[in-house]
Design a protein around this ligand. Structure first.
Ligand code: BG6
Length: 317
């Protein structure tokens, strides 16, 4: 049947399952105005989020190695059940380098107001040797009609004993030049400095700027944090729920050079701001469920943090 011209002009929400780099399975979400997102089943890992001009909003390293078990450098790795090396597991846990499945029995209701995919991770026998707890980790990645990207994680304890975990959405944002970037919303807060043996300090009253390596875990942060990219005239707005902490990371030149999957100068074009639950680990009793949600917007810099609702601001910055 022939489509009418208005149908042709307005493509529907779409969710496409294809193969990505090295034949790894990926899902592409698209919404009518032209925004898109890509999610690899390896890691349950968002690797791309583009605006309606096709501009990439997340940073993905040119040297990213799409070869399991090496996690993908860039995008949004999921750190679970451990952030960093703050426990006995490999750094940032194992969720970021396991194969997730498409969730055929999602706990979240279906919706027609965004394009989304539901993924699920359950531990293998090998995982149970590393971390001896049964869990179901359900992740919905949704792209809203206005291009907002929403990640909702639900972890359920299906074991007979309680367990405790830490978590982060290790989000790499694409920026024009790290020296021109400011992070707002973390002023005057306490943080652990990872570059100083996790000593506790209090941040000054000014927005965070970058003049060298930064690796800090900000504690009990507000639910909204903004990243201002002056050169690109773009502001990222992060809204988070159930994730009290926020990690800010840029490796700067020396550490970047030491990383095989990051180009020597690529640190200039990325900043990680990672909604997280670290200081107070989450404990779930049998049958209990935890939820952590992050919503990302990209808005023109004329948007002034705290004054406008990003949902009402056009995202094509
Ligand atoms: C950050 C940590 O979240 O991730 C840093 O705070 C760490 O300490 C960085 O270096 C990258 O970790 P990885 O394991 O992906 O190289």
């Amino acid at each position: 049947m022939a489509s009418s011209s208005s149908e042709l002009r307005t493509p529907p929400l779409s969710v496409e399952h294809t193969k990505g780099v090295n034949g790894l399975e990926k899902v592409t979400l698209r919404v009518p105005r032209g925004f898109s997102a890509e999610i690899y089943l390896f890691g349950g890992h968002v690797t791309s989020w583009k605006n309606d001009h096709g501009d990439e909003l997340l940073f993905l390293s040119n040297k990213a190695i799409f070869k399991p078990p090496k996690p993908i450098r860039g995008g949004i790795p999921i750190c679970f059940p451990q952030f960093s090396n703050l426990g006995t597991l490999e750094a940032h846990g194992f969720a970021r380098n396991r194969f997730w499945k498409v969730d055929t029995n999602p706990s979240l209701a279906p919706t027609s107001s965004n394009a989304y995919v539901d993924l699920v991770l359950t531990p293998s026998e090998e995982d149970m040797k590393l971390w001896s707890y049964s869990f179901e980790f359900r992740l919905r990645v949704a792209l809203g009609l206005d291009g907002n990207l929403v990640l909702t994680s639900r972890v359920r304890n299906i074991d007979a004993k309680p367990f405790t975990f830490t978590f982060a959405y290790h989000t790499y944002f694409s920026v024009s030049d790290i020296s021109e970037v400011r992070v707002e919303g973390l002023e005057t807060l306490d943080f652990f400095d990872n570059t100083k043996n996790r000593e506790r300090f209090t941040e000054q009253g000014d927005a965070i700027v970058f003049e060298g390596e930064v690796d800090k875990i900000y504690l009990t942060t507000p639910n909204k944090v903004c990243i201002l990219d002056h050169e690109r005239k773009r502001t990222f707005v992060i809204n988070k729920e159930g994730l009290p902490d926020a990690v800010v990371w840029n490796p700067w030149d020396k550490k970047a050079k030491a990383m095989v999957d990051l180009g020597d100068d690529e640190y200039k074009h990325m900043v990680c701001v990672e909604p997280a639950a670290i200081e107070k680990p989450i404990t779930l009793k049998p049958n209990e469920e935890w939820k952590g949600r992050m919503e990302l917007f990209a808005v023109p810099s004329s948007y002034c943090s705290g004054q406008l609702d990003p949902k009402k601001v056009l995202m094509s910055s």
